[in-house]
Design a protein around this ligand. Structure first.
Ligand code: SF4
Length: 306
């Protein structure tokens, strides 16, 4: 493995995924964005990277919803309107491919001598397909989406679209950018439940950086299979507050990296605060908490107090 120095990214990088993982567990964050990256040529580093690529069928269903909706919009703007039957066929095909891709990664992990109970091969479940199709149709028939489709032009964005602001590379791209008679609108599909008003305005403020100070942000939030819509036009003060938070997050990320000493020792990197966070953790097979969360936590506290 390379040295700790290389763990600090050349350019500080912020994304929702990074900060969410850091908030769930510092150790998982350091494993994913620190050790997995610097040790990509080492079998353990490869194992880490592969393990983090495995998503639950539930997450894959939500990712498929996003892809199908964005494909629909892209085709719509090119003059092809899908029927509901085609939405069903596309969802089923894409979701099945995602599950098979997941199974393939799990099979490749057999080379690493892992306990097979950590990851299970699975098959596309009909009720998830049905739910996913219904959620896609609901958003595509929503009057706000129909208004966007009926006027101006729409550009699709990928999550890998980043921007640099105040020396930080930010990955917080909208899913769609609409240019219409009322100016630019940045559209985000938030698929994983309710955001507090505070989180929502912070997310909207960062999204607006992909447009201009007059851009409107529309957030479609999926909660219990229902879409909720929020339209916002963040003001300069809110954008500044959101960027201040990003800088605070970056400091926390660097503190977590610096907890790994020069021997890449993870003992001083905190475990998750509750066992609940470990339940679906992709790397619990290489974490002391697998032998008993309470004991591992107590042992770590002793180490940290030394
Ligand atoms: S198993 Fe728990 S403590 Fe260990 S890395 Fe995962 S979330 Fe963190």
């Amino acid at each position: 493995m390379q040295s700790l120095r290389n763990m600090f990214p050349y350019q500080p990088t912020w994304s929702n995924t990074r900060i969410n993982l850091l908030q769930r567990c510092s150790r998982a964050f350091v494993l994913r964005y620190g050790l997995a990256q610097i040790s990509s040529n080492h079998p353990q580093g490869q194992l880490l990277s592969e393990a983090f690529r495995i998503q639950t069928p539930w997450i894959l269903m939500h990712q498929t919803i996003r892809d199908v909706v964005l494909d629909y919009v892209e085709d719509y703007t090119n003059g092809t309107v899908w029927s509901q039957g085609l939405i069903r066929v596309r969802f089923k095909k894409d979701y099945t491919r995602a599950i098979l891709g997941r199974n393939k990664i799990i099979e490749s992990l057999q080379n690493y001598d892992l306990d097979s109970s950590f990851f299970q091969i699975t098959y596309p479940e009909d009720h998830l397909i049905k739910m996913g199709v219904e959620i896609c149709i609901n958003i595509l028939q929503h009057k706000v989406m129909l208004e966007l489709l009926s006027d101006g032009s729409i550009e699709r964005k990928e999550p890998t679209n980043s921007i640099v602001k105040q020396k930080v590379r930010l990955y917080c791209s909208p899913d769609l950018i609409h240019h219409g008679k009322n100016g630019t609108t940045l559209v985000k599909l938030h698929l994983y439940g309710r955001l507090s008003a505070y989180e929502r305005i912070n997310q909207a403020s960062l999204l607006q950086l992909y447009g201009n100070a007059d851009s409107t942000v529309i957030q479609f939030t999926l909660e219990r299979r229902k879409w909720y819509i929020h339209k916002t036009k963040p003001v300069a003060k809110q954008v500044k507050q959101a960027l201040d938070l990003v800088h605070q997050d970056i400091k926390h990320m660097e503190t977590s990296f610096s907890n790994v000493n020069k021997n890449n020792d993870l003992t001083k990197v905190p475990l998750a605060d509750t066992y609940r966070s470990c339940m679906h953790c992709n790397v619990r097979f290489m974490c002391p908490s697998r032998h008993g969360y309470e004991n591992a936590k107590a042992e770590q506290l002793t180490l940290m107090c030394e």
